[in-house]
Design a protein around this ligand. Sequence first.
Ligand code: NAD
Length: 484
Amino acid sequence: MKRYQLLIDGAWIDPAGGEWEANVNPANTDDVIGEFAVASAQDVNAAVEAAQRAFSVWRAMPMVKRGDILYKAANLLEARLEEVAQAMTREEGKTLPEARGETARGVAILRYFAGEASQPDGEVYPTALPNRMLFTRREPIGVVGLITPWNFPIAIPLWKIAPALVYGNTVILKPAELTPLTAWHIADVLTQAGLPKGVFNLITGTGHVAGSTLVAHNAVKTLSFTGSNAVGREIQRKLIERGGKVQLEMGGKNPVVVLDDAHLDIAVEMVTRGAMKSTGQKCTATSRVFVQKGIYKQFSEALVARVKSLRVGDGLDPNTYLGPVVSREQQQNVLEYLQIGQQQGVRLGTGGAELMSEAYAKGFYVQPTVFLDVDINNRLMQEEIFGPVVGLAPVDNLEDAIEAANSVPYGLSAAIISQDIGKIMRFIDGIQVGLVHVNDETAGAEPQVPFGGFKDSSSHSPEQGKAAREFYTQVKTVYLDYPT
Ligand code: NAD
């Protein structure tokens, strides 16, 4: 069985505690992908110390040269795109086309931030005094801790790593327990691209040991986290207590509003994709649909028919639309919600149970599920399920739809399907989310624009684009007088 080590101070090393964890394929638990190092507190501290030492070397390297290394990493990742995509499908369960798409997005993220290396890193201002030049400069902060989830195991780490590095910080990545192989590929690619030792460190392991040691380390003053609300808020409290800076991207309960004038085929396709692609395990997945009464019956029948036709299976099978959920625990969580809905007598359009036949016996499969006529206050419509489950509710008009859509603590993403520009603009005005899609699914992001949520979905410090520069740098203001 191949063993995958930790990357600390430029060297691949065994974990100090001698602990390894097997990583299994959620589509087929007989398929053991490898054994991965479980970092101890000692390993995490060594990684932070290496990153501290490397900081002076890395920040001194001109930004354009740092960008060159990211370009190289992008090319190396592109060259092994198929291998990384296969690894992702095997350890996370998403389909191969989705895994290829995500890896290609990782390449695009690296290239975008490599390009940022030749953008201005400060501004010149007018001044009140003669013989003075007044300007700002963006500078790196130091050691940055990154903690990431399993559902986008290439894209999410890279959209944190790439800006952190290009702006001159050094990095420790603690990826999710369930997806260490994709993280290993990121570390390998960055190493081969020529990063100086200690600039990027990989510590695979658990949240409660590796993650919490990283969060507690006094030298880690900047930390970016994507994951659940419970863990995120705890990390925020700890960082703020010791004067740190923290960025959180967390859960969602993303609505789609379908108005009477919607193009029916577009509405059905966008809701199906948003709710069922990646087996519903996206922070931006569609989980609530508010449909205007005039089109409700037609839309719900068409959606149920479409979802019934979806093929569930191993993500490596080209005929699969949605793969397994990522783990036994996640499967149990999703099944619990399916039971709650049925115990409360919510009308089931399709699905509602585990997939039990022979073909599914070795994986963590759940039927794609549509609940109909759901009360907007039902737990199915309030809590993040993170599985292939969507609830529909009829609404009288756009105003009621916006009110229903805003009736959750989350505010990540939302979509409207309509051809009426006036109503679309009213929706954009009224909806309390960070990401709005029009005639599109709720998921999907491009690297050049901010990505982040409102309300409980985030810490209001978005990622990507110019927003990433705000987070990963600090501003120095320079008053330069030149007496004549
Ligand atoms: P999680 O919070 O359980 O884990 C996320 C990461 O935190 C993992 O690396 C984990 O090991 C680590 N962790 C766990 N406990 C920790 C602790 N005490 N201290 C430090 N680190 C700790 O989340 P998950 O199950 O991996 O991911 C699913 C969640 O992520 C969902 O809620 C989803 O909405 C959210 N998510 C949000 C976005 C976004 O951009 N908003 C994107 C993807 C996923």
